[in-house]
Design a protein. Structure first.
Length: 400
């Protein structure tokens, strides 16, 4: 080899580092969502700080109500001992732990097994981590539909929801909302298999996964009918949407698996529904809600009717906003499920919390204020109100 070749030869390029599939996209998505996650975390931190101050002033343990009261105790008992615990109430009704779905207890048991955390601490870790993932998913849906600023405000509003204190408890609301939000985002992006898989996990988390299953099924049905009407040939339409059909078929498997598990365990095909009825969670078409309103003093009844009217107006605004079909079906089904049950009325605002698309019209309205400072001020007031209500409820006697 000549001196010239030695001087001009280009050194061999180093081998490229292995790339994680989707890694750069995930990192970019996280950077885009960082403002929403920061705002959400600040809102929830304010709620926790307010509760800590109130609990300390009352001489109570701040962590106890977050991980060791109401439904949290049922989940931890399942995590520790499996299913099989029942309580017979003075009126003769039997409350079985089979009313609670298995994903959260499974996560609590797994985390407490491999870490020093107690079951209660594991439940809080799941809830708080899922809260951030849910806020990210809520942001992603809002940003996809109306832009990044709307996504940030939407995540903040979800964190300042009146019963958002439950997002800081060892409950399933954050876990379910994270799965639902990302499943809806996957549908909006055309990733039906991902949406179906997330729906399976949602179906192992809460019975309201029926809303997510309905959103996927209705969207797919409308798509197939519309395209068949245009082409008049079923074969090409079905082949073109094979992944969509697979995702829809996958979606209900988690919920169905748990219903079948309860049926086999109890020896009755309708055992799951019997268990829910014992808890008062059967569907009565809204009669219990009407009776509850009728039994209130008129000022309270008027206030509740006003709140229901506001809820109806939000639904109208969502329709007028022309939200995509899966998002709209999901939110409306959550609302309907929450209102037509015969269960404890005080839990209904909490049950509607995963219906985050209802907050999209207020998020858009807040961004119409003239300055960012005014939007931030409104969000700060809402966060403080939510924190105050959360502290009052958590220090009270009744479940949320």
């Amino acid at each position: 080899m000549s001196d010239h070749q030695l001087r001009t030869r280009t050194p061999a390029a180093p081998a490229p580092a292995p790339r994680v599939p989707g890694g750069p996209r995930v990192a970019a998505a996280f950077r885009a969502a960082a403002p929403a996650l920061a705002v959400y975390a600040a809102v929830r931190a304010l709620g926790l700080l307010g509760f800590w101050a109130a609990a300390s002033a009352a001489g109570k343990d701040p962590l106890g109500p977050l991980s060791g009261r109401w439904d949290s105790v049922w989940y931890q008992r399942i995590a520790e001992n499996g299913y099989g615990y029942t309580v017979t109430l003075p009126d003769g009704s039997v409350h079985s732990d089979l009313a609670f779905f298995p994903l959260l207890p499974a996560l609590e048991r797994g985390i407490s097994t491999v870490t020093p955390l107690t079951l209660g601490g594991a439940g809080l870790l799941v809830a708080w981590t899922a809260g951030l993932l849910a806020a990210w998913g809520v942001y992603a849906v809002g940003a996809h539909l109306r832009g990044r600023r709307t996504g940030v405000v939407l995540a903040a509003l979800w964190g300042a929801y009146p019963t958002a204190f439950v997002q800081s408890m060892a409950y399933t609301e954050t876990l379910f909302t994270a799965l639902a939000a990302w499943a809806l985002y996957a549908v909006l992006k055309g990733r039906w298999i991902v949406a179906g898989a997330l729906s399976v996990l949602a179906g192992l988390t809460r019975p309201t996964a029926a809303a997510l299953i309905a959103a996927l099924a209705v969207t797919a049905a409308v798509t197939l009918v519309r395209e068949y009407r245009d082409e008049r040939r079923a074969g090409p339409v079905l082949r073109r949407h094979a992944r969509m059909i697979a995702g829809v078929a996958l979606a209900p498997l988690g919920w169905l698996a748990y219903v079948v598990f309860v049926a086999v365990r109890e020896g009755s095909p309708f055992a799951y529904f019997d268990v829910q009825a014992q808890w008062g969670n059967n569907v009565d078409g809204g009669r219990a809600l009407a009776a509850f309103i009728a039994g209130l003093p008129w000022p309270a009844a008027l206030g509740l009717c006003t709140a229901l009217g506001l809820l109806g107006w939000l639904v109208v605004l969502c329709v007028r906003q022309r939200q995509p079909l899966p998002v709209l079906v999901y939110a409306l089904t959550i609302v309907v499920i929450s209102l037509i049950g015969a269960g404890y009325f005080g839990s209904r605002p909490r049950l509607m919390m995963p219906a985050f698309p209802l907050l999209l019209p207020p998020a858009v309205a807040l961004l119409r204020l003239r300055t960012t400072g005014r939007t931030a001020a409104v969000l700060a007031v809402l966060a403080c109100a939510s924190a105050g209500y959360g502290a009052w409820t958590l220090l009270g006697a009744g479940p949320p």
